[in-house]
Design a protein around this ligand. Structure first.
Ligand code: ADP
Ligand code: MG
Length: 514
C-alpha cells in the first residue's frame, strides 16, 4: 500500500511543466501572502536597503501523501494534549523538580525559573493562561506494521506557521481543482485526481484562542477605563511576518479586536505598569499614536523562546515586566518551561511513576494510552543508564537524536555525532540533554520544493505533521476553552537532520490523505 502510493508520486515534470508550475506557485504565493521577508543571504541589505522586498515562503509544488489514520489520530488527540500541557503548567511543584535538575547546567532554563520565582514572590495578578500549541509528529513506518503516529516534540511557545500553512493548503487545492487550461494546475496523476487536502482552519482557531483570552480578561482595570488590545511581541529581525499578520488580521477584522505588534526590544520603552494600581494592568502607548493608551488583555509571544534573544539583563527585565502584569500571557514562563524536551522525556518513561495518567486523571484511560502510544523512546543520560549506553555506542547512536532544552531549530545533535559530542562535554553537563530514538517515516516519499531564493529541489523527502490547538485555563486547572484546529505539514530533504522552516531546512506543504 505504502509502496504503491509513493512509487510514482509526484509525477515527473518536463522542463516546461516544471517552469509552468514554478511560475504558478511563485505568483500565487505573493498574490496570496504565502510569503516571507528574504534573508540577507538571499537579498543583501544593499539591494534591499528599506526592507521592502518579500519572496515566496519555501513551499512544495505538490501536496505530500500522509497516512489518513495517523492524521486523524493526531487531530483526535490534540485537545487531550492541550489539557496535558495545561495540567503540567498548573503543577508548579512537579515542574520545579524537573527545572531544578536542569538549572545548574542550563542558564536559560535557570533564568526563566528566576522570572517565575520573582513574580511568584510578589504574587501573580493574572490566574488565566493561554496556550497556542503545536504538537509535531511523523508517521513512523515499522518494518512489519502500518504507519504509527509518533511525536517529534510539543511546542508551547511561538508555535508558528498556522497562518501560512492554511495558505499552502489553499494553493495546492487550487492547483488540484482548476480546470485544464488554467494558469494554475497539475499534470495528470491518479493521486492528484482523487481528493484535495483536508480543510485547514489554523488561522480561525489560533485567532479565536486569542479572542477568547481577550474576552476572558474582562473590563479595563484602569481608572478611568482604557480601550483594550492584544499585543503581539515579535523579534526585531522577524522575517516570518505574513504568518503573524494572518492571525492579527483575523483578530481585528473578524473579532473586532485592536491588535498591535511590538518588538521585544521596545517593551520597556513602550509599555508600563502604573505603580499606583495594584491590579498591575499592562499599558501600551503606540509610538505612532502617542496620545492614545491601550490596556493589554493578552500578550502573544512570537519572541523570547531562545537564549540569544536575551542579550542583556534589560531583556530579562522586560520579560519579567510582562510576566508580572495583569495581561494574560501566551505563554506564561511556566507554560514555556513545560515545553522543555526533558518534560517530554519524563512523560515517556516506561517504568516508575505514571505521570501521564496523573496529569490526565479525568480522561478516559483508553485515550491516555493512545496519547502514550505517540511517544517515541526517550532517555536521560544518567550514570549507568540505558540512555548513556545507547548514546555512547557508535552503532546504537546512529538510531538516535540528542536534544537540549531549546526551541527553534539548529540545536540538536544527530546520529554518528552523538558519542563524540557527549565526550567533548563535561559529564556533569549531560543531564541538560535527552536522547530520543529516531522516528522513521516512509523511505520512498518524494516531492519538489521551491525555496525562497527560487531554487527548485526534487528528491527523497521526510514530512513532519504539526497539529495546532488552543486552550485557556486558570491556575486551579479549570479549562475555559479547549480547541483543536488546523495543521502544518513541513517537508525536508531526506538527508537533512534538522526540520524548521524558518531555520531554512523545510518547506511548507499540505497533505493528501491515503
Ligand atoms: P526544535 O525545538 O529545535 O524544533 P525538534 O525536536 O523539533 O526541535 O527537532 C528538530 C528537527 O529534528 C525536527 O523537526 C525533526 O525534523 C528532527 N527530529 C527531532 N526528533 C526526531 C526524531 N525522534 N526522529 C526523527 N527526526 C527527529
Ligand atoms: Mg521542532
Amino acid at each position: 500500500m505504502t509502496q504503491s502510493i509513493y512509487s510514482n508520486y509526484p509525477p515527473d515534470l518536463s522542463p516546461d511543466q516544471q517552469k509552468f508550475l514554478v511560475t504558478a506557485v511563485k505568483d500565487w504565493a505573493i498574490q496570496n501572502g504565502l510569503a516571507v521577508r528574504p534573508s540577507p543571504a538571499v537579498v543583501s541589505s544593499e539591494a534591499n536597503p528599506n526592507g521592502v522586498l518579500a519572496t515566496n515562503a519555501p513551499v512544495t509544488l505538490f501536496p505530500s501523501p500522509f497516512p489518513r489514520a495517523c492524521f486523524d489520530e493526531a487531530i483526535a488527540l490534540q485537545e487531550i494534549y492541550n489539557k496535558l500541557y495545561a495540567s503540567i503548567t498548573c503543577n508548579e511543584e512537579w515542574l520545579g523538580v524537573i527545572v531544578k535538575g536542569l538549572i545548574e547546567v542550563d542558564d536559560f532554563v535557570a533564568n526563566l525559573w528566576k522570572v517565575h520565582q520573582a513574580v511568584q514572590k510578589e504574587g501573580y495578578v493574572q490566574n488565566l493562561s493561554l496556550g497556542l500549541f503545536r504538537s509535531d509528529y511523523m508517521a513512523h513506518v515499522s518494518p512489519t506494521g502500518a504507519p504509527a503516529l509518533k511525536q517529534v516534540e510539543f511546542n508551547t511557545i511561538s508555535s508558528s506557521f498556522g497562518g501560512l500553512s492554511a495558505r499552502v493548503r489553499q494553493m495546492h487545492t487550487e492547483l488540484l481543482t482548476s480546470p485544464p487550461g488554467s494558469s494554475i494546475n497539475y499534470p495528470p496523476h491518479p493521486l492528484l485526481q482523487s481528493e484535495v487536502p483536508p480543510e485547514n482552519n489554523a488561522v480561525e482557531t489560533l485567532s479565536s484562542g486569542l479572542a477568547q483570552a481577550h474576552k476572558a480578561y474582562g473590563v479595563s482595570k484602569s481608572t478611568p477605563a482604557l480601550p483594550l488590545c492584544v499585543l503581539f511581541v515579535v523579534q526585531d529581525t522577524e522575517r516570518n511576518v505574513f504568518d503573524q499578520h494572518a492571525l492579527s488580521k483575523q483578530l481585528s477584522t473578524v473579532h473586532n479586536i485592536a491588535v498591535f505588534r511590538i518588538s521585544s526590544v521596545d517593551i520597556l520603552d513602550q509599555t508600563s505598569i502604573p505603580s499606583s494600581n495594584s491590579l498591575r494592568p499592562l499599558l501600551y502607548r503606540p509610538p505612532h499614536s502617542p496620545n492614545s493608551t491601550f490596556e493589554v488583555t493578552t500578550v502573544y509571544l512570537r519572541a523570547y523562546y531562545s537564549p540569544d534573544e536575551y542579550k542583556s539583563s534589560r531583556d530579562w527585565e522586560a520579560r519579567t515586566h510582562l510576566e508580572r502584569s495583569a495581561a494574560i500571557k501566551c505563554p506564561t514562563v511556566l507554560n514555556q518551561l513545560s515545553g522543555c524536551k526533558k518534560v517530554q522525556q519524563v512523560l515517556a518513561e516506561p517504568t516508575g511513576e505514571d505521570h501521564l495518567s496523573s496529569f490526565l486523571k479525568d480522561v478516559e484511560p483508553t485515550l491516555v494510552e493512545r496519547v502514550r502510544s505517540t511517544f517515541a523512546p526517550q532517555y536521560d543520560l544518567s550514570v549507568n543508564s540505558k540512555g548513556r549506553e545507547l548514546a555512547l555506542n557508535p552503532e546504537t547512536a546512529l538510531n538516535h537524536v540528542l536534544k537540549p532544552q531549546r526551541e527553534g531549530g539548529g540545536n540538536n545533535i544527530y546520529k554518528s555525532e552523538i558519542p563524540g559530542f557527549l565526550k567533548s562535554l563535561p559529564e556533569t553537563d549531560w543531564k541538560g540533554w535527552v536522547l530520543m530514538e529516531l522516528i522513521n517515516p516512509a523511505p520512498d516519499a518524494q516531492n519538489v520544493a521551491l525555496r525562497s531564493d527560487g531554487e527548485v529541489l526534487r528528491g527523497d523527502v521526510i514530512s513532519e505533521l504539526g497539529v495546532y490547538g488552543t486552550i485557556l485555563w486558570d491556575d486551579t486547572g479549570k479549562i475555559l476553552h479547549n480547541q483543536e484546529g488546523g495543521y502544518l505539514l513541513r517537508t525536508k530533504g531526506k538527508d537533512v537532520n534538522e526540520g524548521g522552516v524558518a531555520a531554512g531546512f523545510s518547506s511548507l506543504d499540505s497533505v493528501l490523505l491515503f
